[in-house]
Design a protein around this ligand. Sequence first.
Ligand code: GCW
Length: 671
Amino acid sequence: MKRTDGYELWLSYSPYSESMTKKYSAIIKNVYTALGSEILDAVSDEIELAFSSLLDTNFLLERNETVRFNNSSLLIAPYDHLDDDLCARLPPNKLPDGDGYSILSIQDSILITGLTEKGVLYGSFYFLRLLQTGKSIENLSIVSSPAVKWRILNHWDNLDGSVERGYAGKSLWKWKELPKLIDPRYKDYARACASIGINGAVLNNVNTQVYILSQEYIEKAAAIASIFRHFGIRIFLSVNFSSPALLGGLGTADPCDKNVIQWWKEKTAEIYSVIPDFGGFLVKADSEGQPGPYIYGRDHADGSNMLGRVLEPYGGIVIWRAFVYGQGETDRAKKAYSDFKPLDGKFLSNVCVQVKNGPIDFQPREPIHPLFGGMDKTNIFMELQITQEYLGQGNHLVFLAPMWKEILDFDTFANGKGSTVGSFLAAKADVKRITGISGVSNIGSDKNWCASLFHPANWYAFGRLCWDNTLSVEEIADEWAVCTWGANQKVLEAVKYILMNSWQACLDYMTPLCLHHIMRYNHHYGPDPACDEGSREDWKPKYYHRADSAGLGFDRTRNGTDAVDQYHKPVADMFDDIKTCPEKYLLWFHHVPWDYKLSSGRSLKEELSYVYEKGVKEAEDLRNKWLETKPELDKKRFESVLDKLNIQYEDAKEWRDVCLSYFLKFAEGEK
Ligand code: GCW
């Protein structure tokens, strides 16, 4: 009996069909894997586990130092573990770069190889996915390498077990029990991450507790690292920039002070002595109350480079966030660019600036952040949010892959046409740059990991898109759906319908035409365009929607805050002109008169009503589609998803009613 609680995620290894199982079993009679390391052992274990349900015959699994050719076999080993005869049988030019993999048919056998053990790990999981999704495993000639070097989950987990913006229970990390007790979930988490190519995990919240750097916590983190290492995952820690003062007892944390530098050197040496493959530090500095170099009259380059120098001898990196806003800027959307752009070229080669996908804060839709394509002499990481802080949290089923594709496919024109964000982040040819994408995790202690049986789709899509941003949304949806839900066509049809249509529904019932930040104060769930709470103007919905009797939307054109000119010229011109600004971004860039006619022929006022109504209908359709799975599914899974979709539908109506009654008053000249 397969589990139905979602714990196995997309790794339940349910056979696709009897006929495919027969075919696979006829091809794979023996499995030969390389011995030699923790990663290779993890690969063998995974293959054994998977084949016990994906094949219907007994197979031989042999682990050897060197792998040689055998008929009717699956051969799994890094290139330097293949014997000479097997190397000679490899077709020419079929080795991947870096941590990539090759999956090649050689006569009646299949070889999974790569230059590194990690490559073999990723290739093995890819191969298992072929079997889970019922694909042919004949005539294979697959070569694949990751688009970006670092594919990292950022956990906003606090050391007391709570999770900032977490909707799936408590933190996975049981700090109180560590390092003595190792929860088996650490391994299952790492398996799931490795299966989609994730190679880094920041364990703790960017809003830090300083004692993460105490000896006690470093040892706890080391215990987690010792599990993750088997799956090619390196750990990172978020650190408080003022740690030398707050934890070390120094009178300052000035990055130019020699005692401060010495403190960081010693702390870093202490970390590497127990975590030799430690990834590095993530820092939220001078942002939302977190201390940073500004306190000492230094800038982001001074602060991050100091840490970069300290980590450099160990091969560690600094990930320095660009999520800053505050004094001295008329438009919050402009602040990060204004602060960071002048520093381009000043950051050390192991310092990476991590930029949220959009200029504000993980809204249902944002135009891209102008720092993508805006800083070409700096390592830039993109930060996506997998946890749905502003998109219905653990209650709304919203598949984020379409949003992320829109972001990755956006053409910045940084080097002329075709300079997409995805190609900028990947920059495969540019070996000097460190590239990366981080995702704020949606994972917690809930049995199903992510708040519902659907939410793991976003964890999955994140990993897959980091590896290969040319994958289509459909491909990712297909893979996740079959691996998670099995091959029942009716169920698959409903699952895919929800995946493919849910983001559009969410946009329509929450933030049509790129309205943004109109959620309730602080917890960000539900609509509250009238909200006046908060100590800062740029935390209030009114700051963003700017509704008045003349119209709606934030004027970021050259007549307004001129945020448009932070983009490259053709893009800036396109956004600036209301006629060429894509309607999906309209209210982000323009204060639009209520009677302005949109491409639909409707006025803004009419369009707003139309889209909110459409969103409600779309949410209802998601639910109705799911009802069709009732005869096909167990009660538990059917009902758990239905419960969420019912909430989503009710919430969609609330969004429509609250927003329309508020905005239309302005349109009707009442305020
Ligand atoms: O907008 C905010 C979130 C905070 C988060 C912050 C950030 C970790 O609401 O919860 O803090 O973004 O990204 O630093």
